[in-house]
Design a protein around this ligand. Structure first.
Ligand code: HAM
Length: 446
């Protein structure tokens, strides 16, 4: 298992550009907070995407893809004007037709926009959808926090019942478990709805009013614009005000309390352990009732592997009829960081089936023809280029990880045969050229 510090630096410094001076060097580099996903890391991505597809299949969620950019108002109206995302983090631009557009800073609002635009309320409810999509936020990059990251997310739209909240949590929990991530902690809260939250916000303001002198500048703005976010401040000087702030649990209306009890009892039925996090509020304005986050065993500053909640007012904010919804988003880069830290590798890294080694011009043409034939039969084939020594070719064959080499030389060509060598044991046999495709196709399937 690689040390955590090494992994963090691989992801944050090497792959994810975080050094501004890089941008001024001669070499063009990825923009700050973004990364190339190099071939060595692709097996993690394939595995995570495959697992997401498999787990969503079990819960009958179907894939949706929305454009990378949307009209800016889709996010301003839903995520909320007082949030960090809308105020500081959106990549917003005017296109050549003077339309104001924003690179998707989160996945929920676009899916709700699509639900509305395509009249999905006429389908059986809830409509269950998932996405695997890049997300863009102008954040301060650090390990686990990037300016472009990828989210696997789900949204279940059109059903207000607590079973659906529990279902999305179960889906995320199953997905992370399927990847082998252990000792996760699920944090759960209810932040009420339009009936009971106003009274809670009043209580929160009353608590903060005499403390406005001690809290940070951002919190003074939050006090005015978005008091719920006061509970989410990370500044040291604000922690004591947070610690003795009133909790919403005591102020939930009967309907919200009953809904929350419903979610909890289903999680208990499914034996999904959770802890109540009375100050969990989340950074987006659209949430109502259930909110949750899943964190790994090892805490860092940016830890949530996935997070979400209910958003019963969101579709109305987009101009639709009142329509409930619930879902989550989970960061793929953070998952990979945690998988590497736990020493968990993706199963079955793809290797070529066959490496063709040849000696001489005639043998090369034969090798190229054979490579095409084997590929047409579904095998993955590598052959060296140019005229390299046999030794160099065998070295390349070993490095490639192919289990089998085919050796073609003058002798073999004269006999109309090829030598097939098992690269692990060194055992070899001669096989007539006209039987080689069948012989290798069968052995690669066994
Ligand atoms: P979020 O908490 O902002 O929620 O993001 C969801 C997840 O995306 C986080 O828990 C984290 O794993 C990952 N993430 C967020 N920002 C970054 C970043 N800068 N770098 C790397 N990973 C990041 C949402 O976006 C909601 N749309 C989730 C949701 C769906 N709620 C209901 N449905």
């Amino acid at each position: 298992m690689a040390p955590a510090s090494k992994i963090a630096s691989t992801l944050s410094d090497a792959n994810f550009s975080s050094n501004r001076t890089n941008m001024t060097s001669d070499l063009h580099r990825t923009p700050r907070g973004t990364a190339d996903i190099l071939p060595d890391d692709q097996p993690y991505w394939d595995w995570i995407r495959d697992t997401a597809r498999e787990v969503t299949r079990r819960f009958d969620y179907r894939r949706i893809d929305t454009p990378v950019f949307e009209g800016t108002s889709v996010f301003v109206r839903t995520v909320g004007e007082g949030t960090d995302i809308v105020e500081k983090e959106m990549y917003t631009f005017l296109d050549r037709g003077d339309d104001q557009l924003t690179l998707r800073p989160e996945g929920t609002a676009p899916v709700c926009r699509a639900y509305l635009q395509h009249g999905m309320h006429s389908l059986p409810q809830p409509v269950r959808m998932f996405y695997i999509a890049p997300i863009f936020r102008y954040e301060r990059p650090q390990a686990g926090r990037y300016r472009q990251h990828w989210q696997f997310g789900v949204e279940a739209i059109g059903d207000p019942n607590p079973e659906v909240d529990a279902e999305t949590i179960h889906l995320l929990w199953s997905f992370l478990a399927e990847l082998g991530l252990q000792d996760l902690s699920l944090r759960l809260n209810s932040i009420g709805d339009t009936v009971c939250r106003p009274a809670y916000l009043d209580a929160l303001r009353a608590h903060y009013q005499p403390r406005l002198g001690e809290v940070c500048d951002d919190c003074r703005v939050r006090y005015e614009k978005n008091p719920l976010r006061l509970l989410d401040c990370k500044q040291g000087r604000c922690q004591s005000a947070i610690a003795d702030a009133p909790q919403i649990s005591g102020l939930l209306c009967d309907a919200c309390a009953e809904h929350f009890a419903g979610v909890r009892s289903i999680l208990e039925l499914w034996e999904i352990p959770y802890e109540i996090a009375p100050r969990l509020v989340r950074g987006l304005d659209y949430y109502t009732r259930t909110v949750f986050e899943i964190h790994p065993a090892v805490e860092r500053s940016q830890t949530a592997l996935g997070a979400g909640g209910r958003y019963d007012g969101l579709i109305e904010r987009l101009g639709g009829r009142p329509t409930p919804g619930v879902g989550f988003g989970s960061g793929i880069e953070r998952m990979i960081l945690n998988l590497k830290e736990a020493g968990i590798e993706p199963p079955g890294v793809a290797r070529p089936d066959v490496f063709i080694v040849y000696l001489g011009e005639q043998a090369q043409r034969k090798a190229l023809g054979l490579a095409a034939e084997l590929r047409a039969n579904g095998l993955s084939v590598l052959a060296p280029t140019g005229s390299r020594s046999l030794r160099a070719q065998f070295r390349a064959a070993d490095t490639s990880g192919a289990p089998t080499a085919i050796v073609l030389g003058d002798d073999e060509l004269k006999r109309g045969e090829a030598t097939v060598r098992d690269l692990k044991t060194g055992d070899q046999s001669s096989i007539p050229m006209d039987r080689i495709v069948d012989a290798l196709s069968v052995s690669s399937q066994s």
